[in-house]
Design a binder for this molecule. Sequence first.
Ligand code: GCU
Length: 685
Amino acid sequence: DALGYNCWLGYHKLDNSRLIKEYVKWCKNIIRSEDSDVINTALDELKNGIHGLLDINPIISVEPVMKAYLSIGTFSENDTLDALLETEEKEETGEEGFIIKLAETDEESILIIAGKTEKGLLYGVFSFIRAIQTQNNLENIFGIEKPANQLRILNHWDNLDGSIERGYAGKSIFFNNNKVIRKSDRIRDYARLLASMGINGTVINNVNVLKFETRLITSAYLPDVARLADLFREYGIRLYLSINFASPMELGGLPTADPLDEGVREWWKKKIEEIYSYIPDFGGFLVKADSENRPGPFTYNRNHADGANMLAKALKGHSGIVIWRCFVYNCMQDWRDYSVDRAKAAYDNFMPLDGKFDENVLLQIKNGPMDFQVREPVSTLFGGLRETNQVMEFQITQEYTGQQKHLCWLVPMWKEILDFDTYAKGKNTFVKRIVNGSVFENKYSGIAGVANIGDEANWTGFQLAQANLYGFGRLAWNPDLTSEQITEEWVRRTYSNNSEVVNIISEMLLSSWKIYESYTSPLGIGWMVNPNHHFGPNVDGYEYDKWGTYHRADLRGIGVDRTSASGTGYAGQYNKEVEEGYQDAGTCPEELLLFFHHIPYNYKLKSGETLIQYIYNSHFKGVEQAIDLKNKWLSLKGMVGEELFNHVKGRLEGQIEYSKEWRDVINTYFFRKTGIDDEQGRKIY
Ligand code: GCU
């Protein structure tokens, strides 16, 4: 696997003979007495894992043929397993969890991997393999594990022509030439990757549903979509589709898509019945409505709840859900108008509707109030909404974070967001506890990630960007894992258990987000990118545009005043304890200073540097750190496969050049704006 196609699931023989002996003890014989697609998937994975990692071929049997063996299955269906487990254990395991446990009698030693459901079992098998692959002592994984989040879902922004909006790793693995791809190998491997992280849902088409994609819910496409759903089902994954709110007009020829119109409601009801006749476990719809020129209920003077509930009612009988996006703002803004603030838009649109959504509607909220910038505060809807199911939307694909040409490992950022205290119900109301549904006892909730994969051999373009996909999946399963645990796991599984390799690649990943941040836009201001494609520096690229994305730099200062006293009032949307910190520049976390305040260039930061000197310093330092990333990588020569070594080296060399461009464009811009020299007299153009 020279190119990294297997990601973290390439099973290579371990070289630790002591541990191999420990594992092999139970792995020579696998007992399974149930038969179903998902159980077969689990069994295959277990066989392959054991074969690859331990170099033995286990005997699969219904009755044990050895004294020590592995027994896998679901305790709800399998009486033998049921009898080996305590009642509390079974209750605790839940719908998607699993238990791994040793049962020893005088004659036998049984290592049990069991779930209540086959999905739980599948996750248990992957967890067992992960333990072996990372050379963990098996005692460490004995116990019960279950996912923190109910919905763990990927969003693909794939179009039917095969292109991927904001895709940086080739073309779609699902679609080509306005058809669903029939060849299934790659799609099966994709499902396998997802299941290995515990992802249980995927939306296969772009939130921007255009002409061809609108037809995915017609008989022209549904048989093919159903084939994909069949495939995903074997891996415990439900398929979802993004839909066009105007479908009743575009497909049904109705004169309106008004959600309160009887004809429209009837049309959706029939349509949804039709979808379920092809896909009995269809997950539901993802909807981008009244957002960036997509149709929605506003046209008919209806609100988002009217729109979402209309679909929800039709889906409910089939246990389908509506995931309705909150990325709604005025994209025809006037940069001269200081009173409108895009950051406020999601909250302004959705807070008044809190409590008005049906129980099978979830609002999907981007992590920040703008749009996946390298640094943003947490969306005010988290901690604002109290009576609405919520889904966190992260962007795994690196649109604003280097487009898989820069190394930018996003897990530390996601961790900060998930660990953020909203104070919605007093101290310790962390975002992660809102999105796992526990704070407000939601019926549905979860985490979505905009996928970063395409049809390139290594899936993600930049092989190290696989770590973002992996990290997303692991956090969706368990947001309490630390960044360090995730890097270590990923490196061990993907590269090697050699401690030097683990340490160096971990250090690279762990430092990369801050490095990227330091040479791009400063202190939370965002947006200084080239319009449209969003790659590379352009300080004023979005400054005089209609998108609501301004930095407001002049000769004296920079930043957007979002305070209540003198600015747009965005800061006032937070709960009091949070708001207080942001309203005042002195208490505002410095990494967000320019997001909340307009600050003079000679303002002294806590480090003692002036703002302008900080901008210069961080940009010079960021480039040095990018060079250091490459040097760290070079020290691994001979310790990782040559082809991968050269591939990563090439990307890191590219990153150094891009970072210099960023440094020089940003520093020059501010030098020219202010006329203030760099204290250290470094080269500014
Ligand atoms: C960003 C992104 C678009 C995407 C949109 C969305 O604006 O650039 O490509 O469609 O977000 O999330 O809907």
